[in-house]
Write a protein that binds this ligand. Sequence first.
Ligand SMILES: Cc1cc2nc3c(=O)[nH]c(=O)nc-3n(C[C@H](O)[C@H](O)[C@H](O)COP(=O)(O)OP(=O)(O)OC[C@H]3O[C@@H](n4cnc5c(N)ncnc54)[C@H](O)[C@@H]3O)c2cc1C
Length: 397
Amino acid sequence: MTNNTLTIANWGNYPKTRAELIAPGRVEELRNLVSARDRLIARGNGKCYGDAALGPCIISSLHLNRILDFDAEKGIVRCEAGVLLADLLDVIVPAGWFFHVTPGIKNITVGGAVACDVHGKNHPAKGCFSNWLISFELMRADGGILTCSRSQHADLFWQTCGGMGWTGIILSASFQLMPLHSIYMRQLAVRAENFEELFAAFDKHKNLPYAAAWVDCLSDEPAPGRGVVYFADHAAPEHAETQLVYPKKKTRNVPFYAPSWLLNKWSIRAHNAMLFSRSRSGEQLADLDRYFYPLDSIRNWNRLYGRRGFIQYQFCLPEKHSFEGIRHILQTIRRSPDIPFLTVLKRHGDRPAEAVHSFPIRGYSLALDFPRTRGIFSLVRVLDELVWHESPNTFTK
Ligand SMILES: Cc1cc2nc3c(=O)[nH]c(=O)nc-3n(C[C@H](O)[C@H](O)[C@H](O)COP(=O)(O)OP(=O)(O)OC[C@H]3O[C@@H](n4cnc5c(N)ncnc54)[C@H](O)[C@@H]3O)c2cc1C
């Protein structure tokens, strides 16, 4: 077991807190900690945003990292909560399996995937991580361990999926994988000159299971909300015996924090214009890493936002309000001095009634990464009001 007191933040590098970070290596050590402390919160690999995995005493799951069982016939994995999706890929891909649902990052833990009930680029087809979760073991505040599934402690099962660590510490989880025949994805890029074209593209290609769009938040008339939608499906195997080698790739690193002024309205405008002018519509093959985890190829890219860090603002609007609502929100952002460096639009399907804490609802979500400035929280309050106003009868205050 390791125990350090340090200044710690999640991926956005804001907020930061001084905390005791304890990483037990055995369940008994964890039980002793849980009995001895009043307040603690579990942490996986710290790749969430904001203050989710922060508190005065943080329990890291990273030393609880054993794959307990892998049924390569049925595609079922059982592993400890601290196992990274990246580590599982090395084992499951060569055996012909992949995740039904994966977020846009593989360096997260299975415990984090359950606690945030992560979604991917295929929510209409596959839902969230919980859709494929069979069961998990949860340590409660009294040190007792419960096995939770759809039939055992079902309430606790659904409260824990997306429950952000508030119901206890997930020790291990078991979930279903999907068959994989190739490490390649057939990707279709569709360049959209404005916001209308962006939505039309999502609609036109809704038969393709994966889709996510990069949006240029700063483009003005006549091309407001232009962007590129990246659709994909798994490619058919051409030479089955060579198709399931999951390559180890070199990553690049951002070695130090960029100055906080680097990302400003002018530099982001220039960056977006360059990205858009380089983009082309068309089909190509992309491997799993390139389609699902492009940002994992650059370690510490969060340092580009400088020491002040960044915040991610993400919302989902109901389908019938998505187009007008998101257009209105983008107009508001364009008029504000605070602008996001990265903006991603996704389409979502229905949420099971029991998945009370899952983020997506049928409609569209927009994720915006804003450098943290003095004014950003005023803009966030305005955006909150707009999201509220554009989602009639969807949420309760
Ligand atoms: C580049 C990038 C892309 C992303 N893309 C997506 C995406 O497409 N879709 C999506 O849904 N998310 C996405 N995310 C968010 C990320 O997938 C989630 O925040 C994920 O939960 C992080 O996992 P982690 O292991 O780092 O957990 P942490 O960040 O350490 O913790 C996240 C939450 O889970 C809780 N938790 C962690 N482990 C346990 C445990 N063992 N028991 C109980 N609670 C626990 C923590 O208390 C905290 O509330 C992205 C993040 C990044 C940085």
